[in-house]
Design a protein around this ligand. Structure first.
Ligand SMILES: [Zn+2]
Length: 224
């Protein structure tokens, strides 16, 4: 799983391994996410490429944010070609963290400031009070504790953002959460981006706010 962030996303993926990676012995299978991140200015298409290269025979995922928007259309095309699953967040991955504590709505026009502010103030999120101050965007220790057992809530909130997408015809019930598998045919970038439950003609850059990270959790058997 390739991502841009140096702290938040790799920390979060490590948390998923730590908390859920061994399976639960009751049908939820064990897994191991290998975060691939590089410092400095990864573009979305660079992230997709890194996921392709690192994954080999394994499932490949690319995590990126709307606020790195520059080449998102190219990134979606590359992901469709390489069958790399995408978890795109508008405006940023921080929205996914916030949804563990509360619902959220309203277009953010690419700015993540309000999301961070809400996260710092959210009920139950005391550990995030200093989040993104002095460059601290880590997800460790008390912050992991705060996220615990809120996965189902976060998934429900993220699904409801698909349902309330301004496009009007987006439906989380249509989202694909099973692995894409080998290519049977070529899929268009629009079809690939619709795996999130958004309509085929719902433009990726207009899914504001939204985060597809819930699809990763459900595909791992968490929080469904
Ligand atoms: Zn939509």
């Amino acid at each position: 799983m390739a991502c841009e962030g140096e702290a938040t996303e790799p920390d979060y993926l490590d948390y998923l391994n730590e908390r859920f990676g061994d399976g639960d012995g009751r049908g939820r299978r064990p897994f191991r996410i290998q975060p691939v991140s590089r410092r400095n200015g990864r573009t979305p298409s660079g992230i997709v490429e890194a996921a392709c290269q690192a994954a080999g025979e394994d499932e490949a995922w690319a995590l990126f944010d709307r606020d790195q928007w520059k080449d998102i259309p190219q990134a979606v095309e590359a992901a469709a070609r390489g069958r790399v699953e995408m978890a795109l967040s508008h405006p940023s991955f921080d929205l996914w963290l916030l949804l563990h504590f509360q619902a959220f709505g309203g277009a953010q026009s690419g700015s993540g400031k309000l999301v961070v502010e809400k996260l710092r103030q959210a009920r139950g999120a005391d550990a995030f009070r200093e989040y993104d101050r002095k460059g601290d965007k880590s997800v460790r220790g008390a912050r992991r504790e705060a996220l615990k057992d809120r996965e189902s809530k976060a998934v429900a909130h993220a699904r409801s953002l698909v349902a309330s997408c301004a496009h009007g015809a987006c439906d989380p019930g249509r989202a694909e959460t099973a692995p894409a598998g080998a290519a049977e045919r070529t899929v268009s970038s629009q079809e690939w981006a619709a795996r999130s439950g958004h309509a085929v003609d719902c433009q990726v850059l207009r899914r504001d706010p939204s985060t597809d990270v819930w699809r990763l959790l459900v595909s791992l058997g968490i929080g469904s």
